[in-house]
Design a binder for this molecule. Sequence first.
Ligand SMILES: [Zn+2]
Length: 403
Amino acid sequence: MPDHRSGVAARLQADLSTNLDRLAADVVALAEINSGSFNPEGVTRCGERLGSLIEPLAPVRLEYVDIAPTSVMTDRGVLETRPVGPALVATKRPEAPFQVLLFGHLDTVYPVDSAFQRVSRQGNTLYGPGVADCKGGLVGAIEALRGLDDAPWGEQVGWRFAAVPDEEVGSGGSKAWLQAMGEGCHLGLGFEPALPSGGVAAARKGSLTAHLVVHGRSAHVGRSHADGRSAIRALAQLIEVLESNNASPGVTVNCGRISGGGVLNAVPDLAIGSFNVRVESVAAHRSIEQAFSDAVTAASVDGIEALVQWTSARPPKERTETLEELLDDVVAAAASLGHPLVAEDTGGSCDGNDLAAAGLVNVDSLGVCGGGIHSPDEFALVESIPQRAALVVELIERRIQGR
Ligand SMILES: [Zn+2]
């Protein structure tokens, strides 16, 4: 294909590479605001800070949108809701012929009382909460949008930039809203961190959260043990049955948390097991849901009552033809900018799964290179921000040319 592109992405990359201190400062400012998913006040402040970084792209419409709370399972076996902060959406040129949804999240996995709150910088590496996942990516997205404004073809491109407050807890409250933001868009660009290789995610497994709540019958261990029905024993058997699905291809079942029981001289009448399930295909998703439902039905006999509650479900993101075409463009765009990368399948899931399920073709890991995410070793490489911002601009140019 003849290279008749404008060179705007390469210029953006060169320009940003001389401004690493400013980029680092923007990431630090966002990352030092604690925005654990269940710290709505911090998420609000983080969103406002992000809004202040977007405002100079005027004229742009900024909106803060209330998001429904997240369901969590308590040790009493009942679901409760916990409030989350607002989402932010910024809109520019809504009438342009080519519409892009940029997406990321404001929240992090670090709660308000986490010991990991400050960012330190060594050379061009930032160590801090959320620097890679995904505040560095949010900063890169803004730089890409600034680059679009300088492109001779930029007027053809309108965008929505949506940042949700609850991605790290499954996006239960924001999912439908984000999917609606993607309606009418031609392309989705997500700013989750790059894969460890520096590559972008291709297929992603689906991720489901299930809670088994098992009720039994209490009885005194010494006097009337035979009258009791142990919820813990029934749960243990259920875990064994359900984890045996790991022998099936395309499914991973992990019971990661159990609670229940009480005093040791009473038969326990309550036990709760919480599971994360990963699925590679829609068919595997359906069959594992059925397996959970069959297992609790089979276990609910003779004084035991078991039920399953699903609190979040991200469907798998499969390698469709349209996704393959998009990934080819991403790989070609990165190579043309001098930083080749690969598209790889991954077991992790994100909002890109939900958007793909709603029909929006998207590449979701255009954020920074870094690592140690979800741990106190999280880090981000500042010099990857110019590369990723330029990649976004180059990719959009290729997509509008290909129309
Ligand atoms: Zn993330």
